[in-house]
Design a protein around this ligand. Sequence first.
Ligand SMILES: Cc1cc2nc3c(=O)[nH]c(=O)nc-3n(C[C@H](O)[C@H](O)[C@H](O)COP(=O)(O)OP(=O)(O)OC[C@H]3O[C@@H](n4cnc5c(N)ncnc54)[C@H](O)[C@@H]3O)c2cc1C
Length: 478
Amino acid sequence: MSQKFDIVVIGAGPGGYVAAIRAAQMGFKTACIEKYQGKEGKTSLGGTCLNVGCIPSKALLDSTWKYHEAEESFKIHGIAVKGLAMDVKTMIARKDTIVKNLTGGIGMLFKANGVTLLEGHGKLLANKQVEVTGLDGKVETVAAENVIIASGSRPIEIPPTPLNGDTIVDSTGALDFIEVPKRLGVIGAGVIGLELGSVWARLGSEVTVLEAMDKFLPAVDEQVAKEAQKVLTKQGLNIKLGARVTGSSTKGKTVTVEYTDTEGEQKITFDKVIVAVGRRPVTTDLLAADSGVNMDERGFIFVDDYCTTSVPGVYAIGDVVRGPMLAHKASEEGIMVVERIAGHKAQMSYDLIPGVIYTHPEIAWVGKNEQTLKAEGIEINVGVFPFAASGRAMAANDTTGFVKIIADAKTDRILGGHVIGPSAAELVQQIAIAMEFGSSAEDVGMMIFSHPTVSEAVHEAALAVNGHAIHVANRKKR
Ligand SMILES: Cc1cc2nc3c(=O)[nH]c(=O)nc-3n(C[C@H](O)[C@H](O)[C@H](O)COP(=O)(O)OP(=O)(O)OC[C@H]3O[C@@H](n4cnc5c(N)ncnc54)[C@H](O)[C@@H]3O)c2cc1C
């Protein structure tokens, strides 16, 4: 007889594993199906984020920033370093240990919460039956009251630069280089391309980023994007906008990439190329023809605002559905779905999902940006505070960037927060909390912020919205 569960989750990424744990906490008999095999040839939980995404990229970003600081900025503190060197293999091994510990930790959380792990490939059949093909090829069918699909996404491949696992790689390959490529090409100036480009540029790669669009970081506030482009270029990322890749040829250990820009056809030779043009939803062999679940025209599973699919009792969350492809979005959708299954009235604040780019300076935002609000015809007041005027940032020798808060001119309600600079993600989270509670710029301005902290830049930007900043000259009110 097939096993029966209240909730079966397909995929153990940040969407799926969080949903499974919450479901078990709420007393549901829960199973989670995962097929991914980690470096050691064993099932590894945590999905893209833990295995080949958020965590490994941040581990390398942190290691390489320390190296960069030792090389470039220690002297200003009076610290002399002799014989500075980066052993790439040790750096990669440290990253692998972090991944191993975290993915193993999810296994322990599953055990502690009573989630049944089914190792293998899950496929949704009709009537909420799920077929699990084990790693040994054995097939079993489990029955579910509710199914949550959380199958995630994978990198988009493009015909001009087919991956070869050596000189042309995707983001996963770029996290495992065993030496610093002398000339590195990155196709795509999105979040992933900029983070991975930064990692290797800090260790000495000559990095060229080829971006087909004419605009840099179009989803980011224009003032922030402009500053980011300036700073990242100064850090050695040669960002070429309007550069459309048309072909490539591999010769020995090098790749020549062809692209067109406003000046015509161009060629450039690299030792490694990272293809980082975006990610697509994973639905391979996921849905039986009669499962009843619909997809949209771009291959995402079609869901409503509550992640409900076209089949009652079947939900889909995370990268496999519409919305930003971010781990925290996937996890919160998982929680919402489980709580709704339990009869709660949970819902997501889709307007308040923060975005972060973990370059240095870090870039983060929440809510709407200035160009969008202007296009929508909303009258706004803007407050900006530069880190160059922050005592804490000066002490840390980290004064690039600013905090920008945008408020509705009529109500003073905060509509967006945008930061480039130290601890940008943490500062934006403060603004997000304020926005969740409907704060005005004045509300934040009236709060007490510790001194000296970089958080004071949020306080001052909020005061600047209405022309009351203390530590910077305020814009004259018209
Ligand atoms: C290099 C990189 C850096 C990133 N950095 C960040 C970051 O800093 N912050 C952030 O928020 N996001 C980041 N992301 C994005 C983040 O990783 C994803 O948004 C997140 O992992 C999505 O979670 P998910 O649960 O929807 O899917 P995934 O994490 O992709 O997990 C899906 C899981 O389902 C499994 N699966 C798929 N189909 C089946 C099936 N049929 N049967 C069984 N198992 C199946 C897969 O093996 C996988 O483990 C990054 C991504 C990359 C590539």
